[in-house]
Ligand binder design. Sequence first.
Ligand SMILES: [Zn+2]
Length: 328
Amino acid sequence: MGYSREIFEEVQKKLYKKRNEAWEELERKKEILYERFPEARKIEKELSATALQSARAVIAGNNSKTELIKLREKNRALREKLREILLSVNLPEDHLEVHYSCNKCSDEGFVDGMMCECMKDMLKKESYNRLNSMSPLELSSFENFSLDYYSDVPSAAGEQSPRKRMSLILDFCKKYAREFNKSSPGLLLTGGTGLGKTHMSLSIAREVINKGFGVIYGSAQNIVSKMENEKFKNYQSAEESERHYIDCDLLIIDDLGTEYNTAFSSAAIYNIINSRIMMNKPTIISTNLSMKEMEKSYTYRTVSRIIGNNIRLEFLGSDIRQKMMMKK
Ligand SMILES: [Zn+2]
Protein backbone atom coordinates (compact mmCIF):
# COMPACT_ATOMS: atom_id res chain seq x y z
CA MET A 1 0.00 0.00 0.00
CA GLY A 2 1.45 3.31 -1.03
CA TYR A 3 0.44 5.55 1.85
CA SER A 4 2.85 8.33 2.59
CA ARG A 5 5.07 8.23 5.65
CA GLU A 6 3.17 11.19 7.15
CA ILE A 7 -0.09 9.26 7.02
CA PHE A 8 1.49 6.17 8.61
CA GLU A 9 3.00 8.24 11.39
CA GLU A 10 -0.28 9.99 12.08
CA VAL A 11 -2.13 6.67 12.33
CA GLN A 12 0.54 5.20 14.60
CA LYS A 13 0.23 8.22 16.87
CA LYS A 14 -3.51 7.69 17.03
CA LEU A 15 -3.08 4.00 17.89
CA TYR A 16 -0.63 4.90 20.64
CA LYS A 17 -3.15 7.36 22.02
CA LYS A 18 -5.89 4.71 21.97
CA ARG A 19 -3.70 2.24 23.89
CA ASN A 20 -2.86 4.87 26.48
CA GLU A 21 -6.50 5.79 26.91
CA ALA A 22 -7.43 2.14 27.41
CA TRP A 23 -4.77 1.77 30.14
CA GLU A 24 -5.75 5.00 31.83
CA GLU A 25 -9.38 3.98 31.76
CA LEU A 26 -8.47 0.74 33.55
CA GLU A 27 -6.49 2.63 36.20
CA ARG A 28 -9.48 4.89 36.82
CA LYS A 29 -11.81 1.92 37.21
CA LYS A 30 -9.38 0.23 39.60
CA GLU A 31 -9.09 3.31 41.81
CA ILE A 32 -12.87 3.62 42.09
CA LEU A 33 -13.18 -0.05 43.02
CA TYR A 34 -10.30 -0.02 45.49
CA GLU A 35 -11.75 2.92 47.29
CA ARG A 36 -14.88 0.97 47.95
CA PHE A 37 -13.18 -2.39 48.46
CA PRO A 38 -9.66 -1.94 49.84
CA GLU A 39 -9.48 -5.73 49.86
CA ALA A 40 -9.56 -5.73 46.06
CA ARG A 41 -6.33 -3.73 45.98
CA LYS A 42 -4.67 -6.33 48.21
CA ILE A 43 -5.89 -9.15 45.99
CA GLU A 44 -4.55 -7.41 42.89
CA LYS A 45 -1.18 -6.97 44.57
CA GLU A 46 -1.08 -10.60 45.58
CA LEU A 47 -2.00 -11.62 42.04
CA SER A 48 0.94 -9.68 40.61
CA ALA A 49 3.17 -11.24 43.25
CA THR A 50 2.08 -14.79 42.37
CA ALA A 51 2.67 -14.02 38.68
CA LEU A 52 6.20 -12.96 39.54
CA GLN A 53 6.78 -16.04 41.72
CA SER A 54 5.52 -18.29 38.94
CA ALA A 55 7.94 -16.73 36.49
CA ARG A 56 10.79 -17.26 38.94
CA ALA A 57 9.78 -20.86 39.54
CA VAL A 58 9.78 -21.55 35.80
CA ILE A 59 13.26 -20.06 35.43
CA ALA A 60 14.57 -21.95 38.48
CA GLY A 61 13.47 -25.23 36.92
CA ASN A 62 14.29 -27.62 39.79
CA ASN A 63 11.36 -28.71 41.97
CA SER A 64 9.34 -26.00 40.35
CA LYS A 65 6.45 -28.23 39.38
CA THR A 66 4.88 -28.57 42.85
CA GLU A 67 5.46 -24.92 43.53
CA LEU A 68 3.85 -23.95 40.24
CA ILE A 69 0.79 -26.03 41.05
CA LYS A 70 0.56 -24.33 44.42
CA LEU A 71 0.88 -20.89 42.87
CA ARG A 72 -1.71 -21.70 40.25
CA GLU A 73 -4.12 -22.76 42.98
CA LYS A 74 -3.47 -19.56 44.89
CA ASN A 75 -4.01 -17.53 41.73
CA ARG A 76 -7.31 -19.26 41.06
CA ALA A 77 -8.55 -18.61 44.61
CA LEU A 78 -7.56 -14.95 44.45
CA ARG A 79 -9.34 -14.49 41.12
CA GLU A 80 -12.43 -16.11 42.54
CA LYS A 81 -12.44 -13.65 45.46
CA LEU A 82 -12.06 -10.74 43.09
CA ARG A 83 -14.87 -12.07 40.94
CA GLU A 84 -17.14 -12.24 43.96
CA ILE A 85 -16.41 -8.64 44.84
CA LEU A 86 -17.22 -7.57 41.29
CA LEU A 87 -20.40 -9.62 41.23
CA SER A 88 -21.53 -8.16 44.54
CA VAL A 89 -21.71 -4.74 42.88
CA ASN A 90 -23.04 -6.04 39.56
CA LEU A 91 -19.85 -5.44 37.64
CA PRO A 92 -18.84 -7.77 34.77
CA GLU A 93 -16.05 -10.27 35.35
CA ASP A 94 -13.76 -8.54 32.87
CA HIS A 95 -14.17 -5.18 34.61
CA LEU A 96 -10.50 -5.16 35.60
CA GLU A 97 -9.15 -6.00 32.16
CA VAL A 98 -7.92 -3.50 29.56
CA HIS A 99 -10.63 -2.72 27.03
CA TYR A 100 -9.00 -1.82 23.73
CA SER A 101 -11.04 -0.35 20.92
CA CYS A 102 -9.82 -3.26 18.76
CA ASN A 103 -9.70 -6.65 20.45
CA LYS A 104 -7.89 -8.27 17.56
CA CYS A 105 -4.69 -6.24 17.76
CA SER A 106 -5.05 -4.57 21.19
CA ASP A 107 -4.71 -1.26 19.33
CA GLU A 108 -1.23 -2.19 18.17
CA GLY A 109 -2.23 -2.08 14.48
CA PHE A 110 -0.58 -5.42 13.73
CA VAL A 111 -1.37 -9.06 14.51
CA ASP A 112 1.38 -11.61 13.88
CA GLY A 113 3.15 -9.18 11.60
CA MET A 114 0.02 -8.57 9.49
CA MET A 115 -1.69 -5.22 9.42
CA CYS A 116 -4.99 -5.29 11.31
CA GLU A 117 -8.26 -4.26 9.61
CA CYS A 118 -8.65 -1.42 12.13
CA MET A 119 -5.35 0.11 11.01
CA LYS A 120 -6.27 -0.27 7.34
CA ASP A 121 -9.49 1.63 8.02
CA MET A 122 -7.63 4.31 9.93
CA LEU A 123 -5.19 4.77 7.04
CA LYS A 124 -8.09 5.20 4.65
CA LYS A 125 -9.79 7.68 6.92
CA GLU A 126 -6.58 9.63 7.36
CA SER A 127 -6.13 9.81 3.56
CA TYR A 128 -9.68 11.06 3.23
CA ASN A 129 -9.13 13.75 5.81
CA ARG A 130 -5.97 14.95 4.13
CA LEU A 131 -7.64 14.98 0.74
CA ASN A 132 -10.56 16.87 2.22
CA SER A 133 -8.43 19.50 3.85
CA MET A 134 -6.45 20.06 0.64
CA SER A 135 -9.23 19.97 -1.91
CA PRO A 136 -11.26 23.00 -2.90
CA LEU A 137 -14.51 21.06 -2.70
CA GLU A 138 -15.77 18.78 0.01
CA LEU A 139 -14.89 15.28 -1.07
CA SER A 140 -16.86 14.84 -4.25
CA SER A 141 -18.43 11.61 -5.39
CA PHE A 142 -19.78 10.13 -8.61
CA GLU A 143 -23.24 10.16 -7.00
CA ASN A 144 -23.31 13.93 -6.75
CA PHE A 145 -21.85 14.54 -10.21
CA SER A 146 -24.90 15.90 -11.99
CA LEU A 147 -25.26 15.74 -15.77
CA ASP A 148 -28.17 18.20 -15.60
CA TYR A 149 -25.78 21.14 -15.74
CA TYR A 150 -24.55 20.15 -19.19
CA SER A 151 -26.52 21.17 -22.26
CA ASP A 152 -28.07 18.45 -24.37
CA VAL A 153 -27.79 20.65 -27.46
CA PRO A 154 -24.60 20.19 -29.53
CA SER A 155 -22.71 23.41 -30.15
CA ALA A 156 -22.46 22.54 -33.86
CA ALA A 157 -24.46 20.23 -36.09
CA GLY A 158 -23.16 16.67 -36.14
CA GLU A 159 -21.25 17.08 -32.85
CA GLN A 160 -21.84 15.38 -29.53
CA SER A 161 -23.86 17.40 -27.02
CA PRO A 162 -21.97 18.31 -23.84
CA ARG A 163 -24.35 16.11 -21.83
CA LYS A 164 -23.75 13.12 -24.06
CA ARG A 165 -19.98 13.61 -23.89
CA MET A 166 -20.00 14.04 -20.11
CA SER A 167 -22.18 11.01 -19.61
CA LEU A 168 -19.62 8.92 -21.53
CA ILE A 169 -16.77 10.43 -19.50
CA LEU A 170 -18.63 9.79 -16.24
CA ASP A 171 -19.16 6.13 -17.17
CA PHE A 172 -15.54 5.81 -18.19
CA CYS A 173 -14.28 7.30 -14.92
CA LYS A 174 -16.56 5.11 -12.81
CA LYS A 175 -15.19 2.05 -14.56
CA TYR A 176 -11.63 3.38 -14.23
CA ALA A 177 -12.05 3.81 -10.47
CA ARG A 178 -13.75 0.44 -10.05
CA GLU A 179 -11.00 -1.39 -11.90
CA PHE A 180 -8.14 0.75 -10.60
CA ASN A 181 -4.83 -0.99 -9.97
CA LYS A 182 -1.25 0.15 -9.53
CA SER A 183 -0.54 0.01 -13.24
CA SER A 184 -3.76 1.58 -14.52
CA PRO A 185 -3.17 4.12 -17.28
CA GLY A 186 -2.94 7.81 -16.38
CA LEU A 187 -5.64 10.28 -17.38
CA LEU A 188 -5.49 13.77 -18.81
CA LEU A 189 -8.64 15.79 -18.17
CA THR A 190 -8.87 18.83 -20.41
CA GLY A 191 -11.46 21.55 -21.07
CA GLY A 192 -12.32 25.03 -19.84
CA THR A 193 -12.79 26.12 -16.22
CA GLY A 194 -15.82 25.02 -14.26
CA LEU A 195 -16.60 21.88 -16.23
CA GLY A 196 -16.26 19.48 -13.29
CA LYS A 197 -12.70 18.21 -13.80
CA THR A 198 -11.80 18.57 -10.14
CA HIS A 199 -15.07 17.00 -9.05
CA MET A 200 -14.43 14.06 -11.37
CA SER A 201 -10.86 13.48 -10.22
CA LEU A 202 -11.84 13.70 -6.55
CA SER A 203 -14.63 11.18 -7.17
CA ILE A 204 -12.05 8.79 -8.60
CA ALA A 205 -9.79 9.50 -5.60
CA ARG A 206 -12.57 8.69 -3.14
CA GLU A 207 -13.23 5.30 -4.70
CA VAL A 208 -9.57 4.43 -5.14
CA ILE A 209 -8.87 5.28 -1.46
CA ASN A 210 -11.79 3.05 -0.51
CA LYS A 211 -10.11 0.21 -2.32
CA GLY A 212 -7.11 0.70 -0.03
CA PHE A 213 -4.72 2.50 -2.37
CA GLY A 214 -2.61 5.48 -1.39
CA VAL A 215 -3.72 8.64 -3.16
CA ILE A 216 -2.19 12.10 -3.12
CA TYR A 217 -4.16 15.03 -4.45
CA GLY A 218 -2.75 18.49 -4.99
CA SER A 219 -3.09 21.44 -7.29
CA ALA A 220 0.03 21.96 -9.39
CA GLN A 221 0.48 25.22 -7.49
CA ASN A 222 0.41 23.48 -4.09
CA ILE A 223 2.75 20.72 -5.16
CA VAL A 224 5.31 23.12 -6.57
CA SER A 225 5.22 25.57 -3.67
CA LYS A 226 5.43 22.77 -1.12
CA MET A 227 8.54 21.42 -2.81
CA GLU A 228 10.04 24.87 -3.22
CA ASN A 229 9.50 25.75 0.45
CA GLU A 230 11.05 22.53 1.58
CA LYS A 231 14.01 22.98 -0.70
CA PHE A 232 14.76 26.20 1.14
CA LYS A 233 14.36 24.54 4.51
CA ASN A 234 16.56 21.58 3.77
CA TYR A 235 17.47 19.47 0.82
CA GLN A 236 16.54 16.16 2.46
CA SER A 237 12.93 17.04 3.23
CA ALA A 238 12.48 18.33 -0.32
CA GLU A 239 13.71 15.01 -1.63
CA GLU A 240 11.40 13.19 0.73
CA SER A 241 8.31 15.08 -0.33
CA GLU A 242 9.23 14.47 -3.97
CA ARG A 243 9.42 10.75 -3.08
CA HIS A 244 5.83 10.90 -1.76
CA TYR A 245 4.57 12.29 -5.03
CA ILE A 246 6.51 9.70 -7.01
CA ASP A 247 5.73 6.70 -4.79
CA CYS A 248 1.99 6.98 -4.11
CA ASP A 249 -0.33 4.61 -5.99
CA LEU A 250 -2.27 7.44 -7.60
CA LEU A 251 -1.19 11.05 -7.92
CA ILE A 252 -3.73 13.68 -8.92
CA ILE A 253 -2.30 16.95 -10.20
CA ASP A 254 -5.11 19.43 -10.46
CA ASP A 255 -5.07 22.60 -12.51
CA LEU A 256 -1.76 22.14 -14.28
CA GLY A 257 -0.80 25.46 -15.81
CA THR A 258 -2.12 27.74 -13.08
CA GLU A 259 1.06 27.53 -10.99
CA TYR A 260 3.60 30.30 -11.17
CA ASN A 261 5.84 29.05 -13.93
CA THR A 262 9.57 29.02 -13.23
CA ALA A 263 12.48 26.86 -14.29
CA PHE A 264 12.15 25.13 -10.91
CA SER A 265 8.42 24.46 -11.20
CA SER A 266 8.52 23.06 -14.70
CA ALA A 267 11.52 20.84 -13.88
CA ALA A 268 9.84 19.63 -10.68
CA ILE A 269 6.57 18.80 -12.44
CA TYR A 270 8.38 17.10 -15.31
CA ASN A 271 10.46 15.03 -12.93
CA ILE A 272 7.45 13.78 -10.98
CA ILE A 273 5.38 12.99 -14.07
CA ASN A 274 8.25 11.36 -15.91
CA SER A 275 9.40 9.26 -12.93
CA ARG A 276 5.88 7.94 -12.49
CA ILE A 277 5.64 7.07 -16.19
CA MET A 278 8.96 5.20 -15.98
CA MET A 279 7.62 3.24 -13.00
CA ASN A 280 4.32 2.54 -14.73
CA LYS A 281 2.34 4.41 -12.09
CA PRO A 282 -0.83 6.31 -12.99
CA THR A 283 -1.17 10.08 -12.69
CA ILE A 284 -4.37 12.01 -13.27
CA ILE A 285 -3.68 15.49 -14.60
CA SER A 286 -6.29 18.14 -15.16
CA THR A 287 -5.71 21.37 -17.03
CA ASN A 288 -7.61 24.28 -18.51
CA LEU A 289 -4.86 24.79 -21.06
CA SER A 290 -5.08 23.74 -24.68
CA MET A 291 -2.30 21.47 -25.91
CA LYS A 292 -0.67 24.46 -27.64
CA GLU A 293 -0.73 26.51 -24.43
CA MET A 294 0.68 23.57 -22.52
CA GLU A 295 3.63 23.32 -24.87
CA LYS A 296 4.38 26.98 -24.30
CA SER A 297 4.52 26.47 -20.53
CA TYR A 298 6.09 23.05 -20.27
CA THR A 299 8.32 22.37 -23.23
CA TYR A 300 7.51 19.90 -25.94
CA ARG A 301 9.27 17.12 -24.02
CA THR A 302 6.90 17.30 -21.02
CA VAL A 303 3.75 17.65 -23.08
CA SER A 304 4.58 14.77 -25.38
CA ARG A 305 5.30 12.55 -22.35
CA ILE A 306 1.91 13.42 -20.90
CA ILE A 307 -0.04 12.99 -24.13
CA GLY A 308 1.76 9.79 -25.04
CA ASN A 309 1.07 8.13 -21.70
CA ASN A 310 -2.30 9.42 -20.52
CA ILE A 311 -5.78 8.81 -21.82
CA ARG A 312 -7.23 12.17 -22.73
CA LEU A 313 -10.78 13.03 -21.71
CA GLU A 314 -12.01 16.30 -23.14
CA PHE A 315 -14.71 17.90 -21.00
CA LEU A 316 -17.39 19.85 -22.89
CA GLY A 317 -19.90 22.51 -21.96
CA SER A 318 -19.98 25.96 -20.43
CA ASP A 319 -18.96 26.86 -16.86
CA ILE A 320 -21.34 24.84 -14.67
CA ARG A 321 -20.39 26.72 -11.52
CA GLN A 322 -22.42 29.71 -12.67
CA LYS A 323 -25.40 27.48 -13.32
CA MET A 324 -25.03 25.86 -9.91
CA MET A 325 -24.89 29.28 -8.29
CA MET A 326 -28.09 30.37 -10.06
CA LYS A 327 -29.85 27.26 -8.87
CA LYS A 328 -29.01 27.91 -5.20
ZN1 LIG B 1 -6.96 -3.89 15.22
